[in-house]
Design a protein around this ligand. Structure first.
Ligand code: HEC
Length: 153
């Protein structure tokens, strides 16, 4: 019995350093396809799951400003903006939700959310993209419009 416990412990210890090296999602995630992509029911379900599981940190609108974000270093990612979701494939986001992010408060959800649930959240985050891209576009246009004015004075 004691030997069995020792063996389990050794397994855990052996797994730890390997895990630490696997911080970034493997390249293979790019090939993963979201089985519920664009399905309106999944998008709605994903929003509900996001509100329950992610909004405390990432905010109800996914902008990274949830009530639990205060004091977190680094702060939760802005998932509604142009910097995270639009720049990564679905599989990357799915992998991050499953595994969390070491060295940050981002927890792994592999055991608390089913695969289907994780993909639904990805589908919802993806559905925010057109609006977020539009807002980013508007912001940079405004800034570009302002710059010459300031320079002229
Ligand atoms: C306890 C707070 C907390 C909860 C709950 C949480 N996150 Fe995060 N999340 C973070 C933090 C902190 C980061 C790190 C941001 C960084 O690295 O700049 C992060 C990062 C991320 C990233 C981007 C990772 C990267 O490498 O850029 C994604 C995607 C993400 N979270 C999705 C989710 C989703 C989806 C949920 C719910 C299923 C969730 N998070 C729940 C705190 C949280």
């Amino acid at each position: 019995m004691r030997r069995a416990c020792a063996a389990v412990l050794a397994l855990c210890l052996a797994a730890a350093p390997r895990g630490a090296g696997a911080e970034e999602p493997p390249e293979s995630v790019a090939a993963m396809r979201n089985p519920v992509a664009g399905d309106p029911a999944a998008v709605r379900r994903g929003q509900g799951l996001f509100l329950q599981n992610c909004a405390p940190c990432h905010g109800a609108s996914a902008d990274g400003k949830g009530p639990g974000a205060v004091g977190l270093r680094p702060p939760p990612a802005d998932l509604a903006g142009p910097d995270v979701v639009p720049k990564h494939p679905d599989g990357w986001i799915y992998w991050r939700i499953a595994n969390g992010k070491r060295g940050t408060a981002m927890p792994p959800f592999a055991f608390s959310l089913s695969e289907q649930e994780r993909w639904s959240i990805v589908a919802w985050l993806r559905s925010l993209r057109p609006a977020a891209a539009g807002a980013a576009q508007a912001a940079s246009t405004t800034e570009a419009g302002r710059a010459p004015l300031v320079a002229a004075h």
